[in-house]
Design a protein around this ligand. Structure first.
Ligand code: UDP
Ligand code: MG
Length: 325
């Protein structure tokens, strides 16, 4: 096998504080990989600026000048982590044999990357980075994440537990991934659907070196909800089930009330009336809400809006230059 051209794709949103360090660390790593003859000399690091409001893009430009391996892609506006990632993957795939995605904050251990490449050499097309320990995450984040994976598994969405978007994919696997043209991207759910020979590498997740998490609770909940409703109709089924149970209960209660009435034990009936109105009303609202969520998804999907727009591309131009030489 020839040495593969590797591109490390790094989505960045307001990451001015961590970027210089990330750039140095990844460059050193890539240097070592090239020295160890694990990847080809044409390998690069691609920073994708996801419409940052701070100096992220300026820093990427400076790093591009300073370091030969570093390349940049500037998106026209903020489109979110998943879309920024697919933008980077699509751009990188044009000129790479394999692509590794990693977050800009380097919470995922870059020292796991050489093992990713070794697995690629062994013939694996997808290598999932899996967090062996999450001690540096808050207790809250750990328990909610665990609950999330369990729940997803329960309703039939097979995720790789404790795997975020730190993974290697071969070009072949990427090409298959790109065929999934959905607007609501949830890559962690999609990649396992692609298939191919895959494996896991365990590593320890570290503290964010600088800057703040771009995933506050609100975004995390939205992400989890998206993940569920993009992959499963289980919530709608659950609502149907609850509705059916409610119907059975109200029939029994109704029968009981009727018997009481016939026996002459007239009860005021006010309490049960109010309770059932609220109960059924609540159920209906819940059901409508969940159905609405799916209809919203369908609406977004049928519009087929583009997932991102590229404003500046310092990656493909570098590739063209190399070809001209
Ligand atoms: N990110 C992005 N666009 C966004 C939000 C985040 O490209 O709208 C990037 C961010 O720069 C980082 C990665 O996605 O590289 C993961 O974000 P973060 O580290 O804040 O999430 P956490 O690790 O806390 O889940
Ligand atoms: Mg992070």
């Amino acid at each position: 096998m020839n040495k593969p051209v590797l591109t490390i794709v790094v989505p960045c949103f307001n990451e001015e504080e961590v970027l210089p360090d990330t750039s140095i660390q990844l460059s050193n790593l890539l240097n070592n990989l090239i020295d160890d003859a694990l990847v080809s000399k044409g390998s690069t690091i691609l920073f994708v600026d996801d419409g940052s409001k701070d100096l992220t893009w300026e820093i990427i430009e400076i790093e591009c000048e300073k370091r030969p391996f570093v390349k940049g892609l500037k998106l026209a506006k903020n489109v979110g982590h998943q879309n920024a990632l697919i933008a980077g993957l699509e751009t990188a795939s044009k000129q790479s044999d394999c692509v590794i995605s990693i977050d800009a904050d380097l919470q995922d251990d870059i020292n796991a990357i050489p093992s990713f490449i070794e697995k690629y050499w062994e013939g694996f097309e997808i290598v999932y980075g899996v967090r062996g320990s999450r001690e540096t995450d808050t207790y809250f984040k750990r328990t909610t994440a665990l609950g999330f994976y369990r729940f997803m598994n329960r309703i039939g969405i097979k995720l790789v537990p404790n795997h975020a978007d730190f993974r290697l994919m071969s070009n072949r696997a990427l090409m298959e991934l790109f065929k999934y043209q959905e607007t609501n991207l949830f890559l962690r759910g999609l990649v396992p659907l692609v298939g191919f020979k895959s494996t896991k590498i365990y590593y320890d997740r570290k503290e964010r070196t600088a800057g703040e998490s771009k995933y506050p609770l609100k975004k995390m909940l939205a992400f989890a909800f998206d993940g569920i409703t993009s992959f499963s109709v289980a919530p709608i089924r659950l609502v149907t089930l609850i509705g059916f149970l409610a119907l059975v209960i109200s029939l029994i209660a109704g029968g009981y009330a009727l018997i009481q009435e016939l026996l002459g034990h007239t009860v005021s009936g006010w309490t049960s009336l109010i309770v059932s109105i609220w109960f059924v009303g609540g159920l209906q609202l819940m059901g409508i809400g969940i159905i609405g969520e799916y209809i919203g998804k369908i609406y977004q999907e049928v519009k087929r809006r583009p997932r991102y727009a590229i404003e500046k591309d310092l990656y493909s131009s570098h590739v063209k230059e190399q070809h001209q030489k």
